[in-house]
Design a protein. Structure first.
Lengths: 234, 179, 221
């Protein structure tokens, strides 16, 4: 009388049993769903151990150290420069720790799955960037600082994170993270030495350079899209 | 595979009454929910098909029904009526939720056949028996299944005013009948 | 998609001077193929090739006649594939249901969340872990964790199953029911199982046994 009734009954029972057995979605996932993030993306963000406790703790420690570095003779500005120098490294470390065969037990399963590798990497990187930004903001609020320097870490953080991804797709994410971190620290120290001012790397020129690096990296990622779909993080 | 508990289901099934199964569900027994499903899901599906022509909506409504049963089994009392009637009220509400969510004009692939009259001799049969056929559905939905007029309007895809006017037409007939 | 036929032609992989894998020709058709060999014989390397994780450095790997080098073929294979890698693939801080569900998301098993979660539940109940669906994987025993990984690989319909040592840490009853499930699915699926458990391999009644020794096929029967 009703076609496929038995099949549908069996399927509906599976759905019911799944819904009543599945653990409740976490707070983060429910918040993401409320702002209309696609369900599959919300799952990928919240049910993957992207944000490792070790990373959280180390980043928090680094920021705390930066906020309290130096002695009484330091000016607030140079004290703040240490924070600005270290903050853009947080997303680099996070991205390196969140993807790849050395970081993720499910990596091989992810590679052998049809979901685009690029999408997975971007989802995880954005998660890491958001968390880094949140931690840095806390650090900034705790540190004595002035004016626009409070947000001077934002563009450099985007630059280092996007450069890590763009280079990572060619040289492997770990090597890229190491390279980007080294270049960043070298540049900052050099510029600060030459100008004899700890805040100098974060001036208008530095921000412009960071913006340029971000744009170039995004362009490289966009152009290499086809290849990146098959990227396995190595 | 690997599920040694599967065959205990049948044994329990023979022993428990419907209210006892609902009580077991309220205590968090997933097997009990499977038993309740095995007993009543087919009938609910058939009845839902008489109210709606879209199998996808019906499947979702049926799923929502048993998910709701799992969450609210502890609210079941004998005063809610027999378990099948209680389930049917939940199922109708869930179907209406689905219909509300898709307010676009419902393409009825085939018009659902009307529900048959309740068995002769029951009070429900006596109540509906004396009514013209076009009043059956709304009277049943509002007076027997306990829906509001706006829920009934969604269910039948007619304006709420039409539901109310049909009820108004039915009321004097019912009164005469019950006398 | 119906059960595919996988063909390897002149495939070799080197690690330094040593051959990790050197297969002149091998055809794997629908039904169960058991890859048998000691540790380091190249079993996992072969299964990684079949699961599209590593591309063949040399030679050709075709699935139903189409080369795996072609990205669209690779994607097609990944859509029909259930893959259980060797070793521990289960994260510790994630709950059982959530882990299998995330793998199901990555495998793009179903168009709607409800359908996907129904498949996930079926698979978890299938390995006897329904009561532990809400437990963190880190709180489970080694055998239970392996069954979580198995559920992630077996969830949903697959025309190609590549299972690397699915028998590890299972007890006798679980081994028997896994054998039954694989035998059942073998009628519509191409299944490749790597194991060094010869007795259990015989229970699978494979249509083909491939014995690997130091990266080379010692014999097939």
């Amino acid at each position: 009388m009703i076609p496929d009734l038995d099949t549908r009954l069996a399927h509906n029972l599976d759905v019911v049993m799944a819904e009543i057995s599945a653990p409740r979605r976490g707070r983060l996932e429910r918040a993401l769903l409320r702002v209309h993030v696609p369900e599959s993306t919300a799952r990928l963000v919240s049910a993957t151990p992207t944000l490792r406790v070790a990373w959280f703790v180390s980043v928090a420690l680094v920021l705390a150290f930066a906020a309290s570095a130096g002695d009484a003779s330091w000016t607030d500005a140079s004290r703040f420069a240490v924070l600005l120098t270290l903050a853009p490294l947080a997303p680099v470390v996070g991205v390196a720790l969140s993807y790849g065969p050395h970081a993720d037990r499910t990596h091989e399963i992810a590679v052998a799955a049809p979901l685009s590798g690029l999408r997975l990497v971007l989802v995880r990187s954005i998660t890491v960037l958001t968390a880094s930004a949140a931690l840095t903001t806390i650090g900034v609020l705790l540190a004595p600082s002035s004016g626009w320097l409070r947000v001077a870490w934002l563009l450099p953080s985007l630059a280092t994170a996007s450069a890590t991804l763009a280079l990572g797709s060619r040289f492997g994410i770990r090597a890229a993270a190491f390279g980007v971190a080294t270049v960043w620290l070298t540049l900052v120290v050099l510029v600060a030495q030459i100008a004899d001012d700890g805040a100098a790397p974060f001036g208008a020129g530095g921000q412009l350079a960071a913006f340029a690096v971000t744009c170039a990296s995004a362009a490289a990622l966009a152009m290499g899209r086809r290849r990146l779909e098959r990227w396995d993080g190595r | 595979m690997m599920d040694p508990e599967a065959d205990t289901l049948v044994r329990v099934d023979l022993e428990l009454s419907d209210p006892a199964v609902v009580a077991a569900i309220a205590a968090g027994d997933r097997n009990a929910l499977e038993i309740l499903y095995a007993r009543h899901a087919r009938m609910l599906m058939v009845r839902l098909h008489r109210k709606c022509g879209d199998p996808d909506l019906i499947d979702t409504a049926l799923q929502d029904t048993f998910i709701a049963v799992w969450r609210s089994a502890s609210t079941y009392r004998d005063t809610n009526g027999e378990v099948p009637a209680w389930l049917w009220t939940i199922a109708l509400r869930k179907l209406i939720d689905q219909l509300r969510r898709r307010p676009a004009p419902r393409p009825m692939a085939r018009l659902p056949e009307p529900e048959p009259l309740p068995p002769p001799g029951t009070p429900a049969h006596d109540l509906l028996g004396g009514l013209p056929a076009d009043l059956h559905d709304v009277v049943r939905a509002v007076y027997l299944d306990g829906l509001t007029t706006s829920e009934a309007a969604v269910l039948f895809g007619i304006p709420q005013g039409t539901v109310k006017s049909r009820l108004a037409r039915a009321r004097p007939l019912l009164r005469k009948d019950l006398r | 998609m119906t059960a595919p036929t996988v063909h390897l032609e002149g495939v070799s992989l080197r690690l330094g001077a040593r051959f990790v894998l050197d297969i002149p020709s091998l055809t794997i058709g629908p039904g169960i193929t058991v890859v048998h060999g000691a540790n380091g014989s190249g079993k996992s390397t072969l299964l990684r090739l079949l699961a599209t994780v590593t591309p063949p450095a040399q030679g050709r790997l075709t699935v139903s006649g189409r080369s795996i080098d072609d990205p669209s073929t690779q994607l097609t294979v990944r859509r029909i594939l259930g893959y259980l890698p060797q070793g521990d693939t289960v994260p510790t801080r994630v709950r059982v249901f959530d882990h299998v569900d995330v793998v199901a998301v990555m495998r793009e098993l179903a168009p709607t969340a409800r359908e996907r979660r129904a498949m996930v539940y079926r698979a978890i109940a299938g390995v006897g872990l329904a009561d532990l669906a809400g437990e963190r994987c880190g709180n489970l025993s080694g055998g239970q964790r392996r069954r979580v990984a198995l559920a992630a690989a077996l969830a949903g319909p697959s025309a190609l199953l590549v299972l690397d040592e699915p028998d590890v840490s299972l007890d006798d009853a679980q081994l028997a029911s896994l054998a039954a499930e694989l035998t059942e699915r073998s009628r519509t699926t191409t299944i490749v199982v790597a194991t060094h458990h010869a007795l259990w391999a015989a229970d699978l009644h494979p249509r083909q046994m491939v014995h690997l020794y130091q990266g080379r096929i010692a014999s097939t029967d």
